[in-house]
Design a protein around this ligand. Structure first.
Ligand code: NAP
Length: 293
């Protein structure tokens, strides 16, 4: 078998044109545009790349974008006050905290100062909890990107064997919950699975495989079940190359669909950030009942 490539760039372009049209119609209806505000504490070269990409995509979709950079040292309390001010700023629709945060800042605690109605990344405990209770509207961008890729392949998840490798709070766990919400039989593998040497056994059963580990080639091509759908979330820098978690060439011979790295999940993540921003705008200005649900 030779897998069909799930091209994140193409899917992102289609979604962006829908989001752009929605922004134009919301502007016509409400007289204002959604605004995404990014908070960057300290200076960080990798987050600078993301900030640029966010600004560009937002601009193309008619979403306003504001970057607040605090270059010097800041205390946890100082950072929390900044977030509180942004919560109260009526011009801001959605807030994103650029990670990694500098040393001395408890990012997990800080994220939870973002009010859930402005939580652009769906990372507050309240929005994460909504996934568990099946009331998801705003969710972590990478997890939503994965679900979008599966949807684009028109996968019926009902009763399928899904294996998620990696159980981080912002990637692996929300993906697993979303798969469960679609009635996939979902197995979550993590470091202990790897340490017991059981990763191959689980991966070999997967009809849907999602890898979100961050170790290049940890998923061997010959573990892939014939016809499996493989979504590789991993981003691993190797010199001037970016590699995924999955051994692409050999996996693509067995899979029915596979994402490339780069060009799979990555391009969709920023698009999902914009989709969340528009959803928050609608929740706050068009359908506030959604916030009470
Ligand atoms: P993370 O917080 O480091 O989580 C990695 C997960 O992999 C952890 O749950 C870890 O388990 C598990 N793990 C480590 N070694 C393992 C092994 N040998 N066998 C099985 N599981 C193992 O990373 P993350 O933030 O979730 O991100 C994961 C990857 O996705 C990274 O490469 C990141 O760069 C990439 N990423 C991509 C996007 C995108 O837009 N494409 C967005 C976000 C992240 P323990 O916690 O138990 O150690």
């Amino acid at each position: 078998m030779s897998a069909i490539l799930l091209d994140g760039k193409v899917i992102a372009e289609e979604l962006k044109s829908k989001i752009g049209a929605e922004v134009r119609s919301l502007k016509a209806k409400t007289g204002r545009a959604p605004k995404l505000a990014a908070l960057q504490l300290g200076e960080n070269r990798s987050s600078a790349v993301y900030v640029k990409a966010q600004e560009k995509v937002a601009g193309a979709l008619g979403i306003e974008y504001e970057l607040k950079v605090i270059p010097g040292a800041i205390s946890q309390a100082g950072a929390e006050n900044l977030v509180k001010d942004m919560n109260e700023d009526a011009n801001i629709t959605a807030i994103i905290l650029q990670l990694p945060a500098p040393e001395g800042i408890d990012a997990k605690k800080l994220i939870n100062f973002i009010t859930r109605s402005k939580d652009a990344e769906g990372m507050t405990l309240e929005n994460l909890g909504n996934i568990i209770s099946g009331r998801q509207r705003i969710a972590p961008c990478t997890a939503m990107a994965v679900m979008e890729l599966l949807e684009s392949a028109k996968v019926d998840l009902y009763g399928k064997e899904a294996v998620v490798v990696g159980h981080s709070e912002i990637v692996g766990k929300p993906i697993a919950m979303m798969l469960l919400n679609k009635f996939a039989t979902t197995t979550v593998c993590h470091i202990a699975t790897g340490e017991r040497g059981l990763l191959p056994e689980h991966v070999k059963r997967a009809e849907i495989l999602i890898s979100a580990v961050g170790k290049p080639g940890i998923i061997k091509g010959d573990w892939i079940k014939d016809g499996a759908i493989v979504i590789d979330v991993g981003i691993n820098r190797a010199g001037d190359k970016i590699l995924g978690d999955v051994e692409f060439e050999s996996a693509a011979k067995r899979a029915s669909y596979i994402t490339p790295v780069p060009g799979g999940v990555g391009p969709l993540t920023t698009t999902m950030l914009m989709r969340n921003t528009v959803e928050l705008f609608k929740l706050n200005h068009v359908d506030p009942r959604g916030l009470r649900r």
